[in-house]
Design a protein around this ligand. Sequence first.
Ligand SMILES: N[C@@H](CCC(=O)N[C@@H](CS)C(=O)NCC(=O)O)C(=O)O
Length: 216
Amino acid sequence: MKVYDSFGPNPRALRFFLLAKDMKIPTATIDLLGAENRQPPYTDRNPGGQVPALELDDGRLIGETVAIFEYLEEKQPAPPLIGRTPEERAETRMWQRRVELNITEHLYNGFRYAEGLDLFRSRMRVLPEAADGLKAIARDKVAWLDGLLAGKQFIAGERFTIADIILYCALDFGGSVGQPRDPGLKNIAAWFARVEGRPSAAASLHQMSAATGMRG
Ligand SMILES: N[C@@H](CCC(=O)N[C@@H](CS)C(=O)NCC(=O)O)C(=O)O
């Protein structure tokens, strides 16, 4: 297998996952800031044009971070980051969908249409007029999640899962690009500190983070 990796919060989520599972997979680095991911030969393999991606031993290429998580968890179930049982896996997938559909997609698009506009305008349709609204939706839903985290260690309950990895990487990135966390959200703050305290959190940060000022 080979991981196509780069700077950025989604590749960071995969690095976090691999570190947490202690899985070592050879890596090829894609120049995201130089848009290598948006050109052949990368797009010949991954028409989604984004990073990360996973090349399988039979040559297939898998894009989409969660599809990669699911594949790797099936290959190496321990430690479980999706779940041991059908019930645990269903709960994790429910929270992962809620996190991505309500928060992280809006946070990322809010960035792409504002602070990231110069980087993204040649790559996709951008909607600068939507940026503030998308950021506001992400903030509203983080506040909603804050209430739901009361009495829980992690998003899916007592288990640390991919829902935590995905949200942590997004909120850490957001904080570095003009979407800071509301310090009044005490449950989110405590949860963030718990995830940040895991060794894979710091270890998954890309070396370019220091130079760019963006945590990815
Ligand atoms: N839906 C994709 C999103 C991946 C994504 O947004 N990757 C970013 C890096 S964090 C990227 O490739 N950005 C550069 C670009 O879109 O050109 C996933 O979950 O893997």
